[in-house]
Ligand binder design. Structure first.
Ligand code: C5P
Length: 404
């Protein structure tokens, strides 16, 4: 049984030559055990008969909010559904939804829906690339709707390019993944550390680094969205998570971070250590602000504690430890050594010299290394998508641990 089994889905079909693919999607959803109600716009009916959809869904198709003195309750439909998927979504229907128009059953239901809404656009390439469409798409995304990628290829006009409706199988898989990942870390506790540490020199100065905590915050948000109980141990001046279900514990130095992480780790299933912990701290913190009386000033530095290594030492069977390695040369070898030395189950390697990777960027380019010599290489992508890949890898490890 897949995650789609028993889900209540509204399938909105708008007027595109690709409307016939919505019938294939409907069959796939019904096969997965979904209950589907179909709404067609008037122009969709010029492409496929409502009879096709009513027969396949075993339910009458709706188009108007009221017809022949009968009223179809769009509010009830909107509340009934676990998801609404609009496929194909034409430029016109996308624009109507983005503007909040409620001129027919599809748009009125969209406005009433409390469930997640997925748009699978289909249009000609110039329409897809038009600034109006682009703006409408970003508006819909900013409202929390999901936009599926369009396919690239031959279009009904004969032009070749982006704008094709995603294949029905892809749309079904997208929905299925959405439901699967919603709660796949329910009952799992996750510790994430992120951001820099500041090592005090005197009451006003410190040694720090350029970490912003973006990667770790994205990881904390990803796991929280998937049902985990997340504690984020966060270094100073870092970005903050938007998700208030995440417990944030603020720390300043490597010593503070170690103490807090050790306390949290005891009750944790998975630790993901993304913090850029300072490697050295001043041997002594001056009690007063150091005066600039001398031409030269030497600071004696000593090693900070290694948080990952300390956690690796106390890790019990079943607990999972994931670390990061930021390397500029011989990355793979150094990362592998760290992973073994610190008893990690996976290390995420990145190189700040790769364009768009490392501190401060919204993107990252990573490789996952595992103790069994397996590797996974990824393209440059948003830190949110890297966080998704990390969660997928952790999910796999938890499943494998449960088998053994
Ligand atoms: O600094 P290094 O490259 O060894 O970092 C690898 C991993 O170890 C990272 O996950 C980092 O958060 C962690 N680390 C740590 N404490 C340190 C140094 C690094 O937990 N003092």
């Amino acid at each position: 049984m897949t995650s789609l089994h028993g889900k209540k889905i509204i399938l909105g079909v708008s007027g595109s030559i690709a409307a016939y693919k919505a019938a294939v999607l409907l069959r796939l959803l019904m096969k997965e055990g979904c209950e589907v109600r179909v709404i067609m716009t008037h122009s969709a009916k010029d492409f496929v008969s409502p009879l096709t959809f009513s027969t396949l869904s075993h339910h009458p198709v709706a188009s108007d909010v009221h017809q022949d003195e009968e009223w179809t309750n769009h509010v009830e439909w909107g509340l009934w559904a676990d998801a609404m998927v609009i496929a194909p979504a034409t430029a016109h229907t996308i624009a109507r939804c983005a503007c909040g128009l409620a001129s027919d059953m599809l748009t009125a239901t969209y406005l009433s829906a409390r469930c997640p809404v997925f748009f699978a656009p289909a249009m000609d390439l110039d329409m897809w690339q038009h600034p109006s469409t682009k703006e409408n798409i970003s508006k819909l995304q900013s409202y929390g709707n999901f936009i599926l990628d369009v396919g690239n290829g031959e279009l009904a006009s004969g032009l070749i390019g982006p704008g094709r409706l995603a294949e029905p199988e892809e749309i079904k898989d997208f929905l299925s993944d959405f439901f699967r990942i919603q709660q796949d870390f329910k009952d799992t506790s996750i510790l994430v550390n992120a951001g820099p540490t500041y090592e005090a020199i005197d009451p006003v100065r410190y040694i720090g680094n350029h970490s912003t905590g973006k990667m770790g915050v994205a990881i904390a948000e990803e796991f929280s969205n998937r049902g985990a109980e997340v504690t984020l141990v966060l270094g100073p001046e870092s970005v903050l998570p938007k998700d208030d279900r995440i417990t944030v514990l603020h720390v300043t130095s490597a010593d503070d971070m170690l103490e807090t992480c050790l306390q949290v780790f005891e009750k944790t299933d998975v630790a993901i250590l993304a913090a850029a912990v300072a490697d050295y701290k001043p041997a002594q913190i001056a009690n007063e602000k150091i005066k600039k009386d001398n031409q030269k000033l030497s600071l004696e530095l000593v090693r900070t504690p290694d948080i990952a290594a300390s956690i690796g030492k106390i890790k019990k069977a079943g607990q999972i430890l994931v670390g990061f390695a930021l390397e500029t040369n011989n990355g793979r070898e150094h990362a592998l050594q760290k992973m073994v030395k610190k008893h990690m189950d996976m290390i995420v390697l990145n190189n700040p010299r790769d364009a768009g990777a490392g501190f401060g960027h919204d993107t990252n380019k990573v490789t996952f290394l595992f103790p069994n010599n397996k590797e996974q290489h990824f393209e440059l992508k948003s830190k949110q998508k890297v966080a998704f890949d990390i969660a997928e890898a952790v999910h796999k490890m938890i499943k494998e641990n449960a088998k053994n």
